[in-house]
Design a protein around this ligand. Structure first.
Ligand code: RTP
Ligand code: MG
Length: 140
């Protein structure tokens, strides 16, 4: 087992419903440690850059509008197999398909407003962490 870092976003549907603490508790209870955290309001440019891999997907424009519709909390999470562990705690993209007890099953509103983002690979985690955090903002 390897200690990893992954990148998480608590999305605008969750911050709007004051669920930052509830979501963070589920991440912590799942064995992850928050080693960096900040609340920001993403610009359109930041959202489009962050979701660049999805640029050709039909949901890209709506997704960027949603992600800039309110504050988000960007976090770096650390723990054993953190990338995969975080994806387990989050649950499936579509909350209708998410397992019981996952963040998306408990809190998500829809496939788009699904409360959290989590990196899908260790490689992307590094890219995404660097997109939002300076090294000195991460305290392990
Ligand atoms: P994420 O990147 O946010 O952790 O979620 P994911 O890997 O489970 O999902 P992904 O396929 O990467 O999609 C990124 C985000 O786009 C929104 N989405 N909307 N309307 C739709 O059909 C649709 N599909 C995806 C979701 O907010 C999803 O998390
Ligand atoms: Mg994804």
């Amino acid at each position: 087992m390897a200690t990893e870092r992954t990148f998480s976003i608590i999305k605008p549907d969750a911050t709007r419903r004051n669920l930052t603490g509830a979501v963070t508790k589920m991440l912590e209870d799942g064995g992850l440690r928050v080693v960096a955290s900040k609340r920001i309001h993403m610009t359109r440019e930041q959202a489009e850059g962050f979701y660049g891999v999805h640029r050709e997907r039909p949901f890209f424009n709506d997704l960027c509008t949603f992600m800039t519709s309110g504050p988000v909390v960007v976090q770096v999470l650390e723990g054993e197999n953190a990338v995969a562990r975080n994806r387990e705690i989050m649950g499936a993209t579509n909350p209708e398909n998410a397992d019981e007890g996952t963040i998306r099953k408990v809190h998500a509103e829809s496939i788009e407003a699904n409360s959290v983002h989590g990196s899908d690979s260790l490689e992307n985690a590094k890219i995404e962490i660097d997109y939002f955090f300076k090294p000195e903002e991460i305290v392990g």
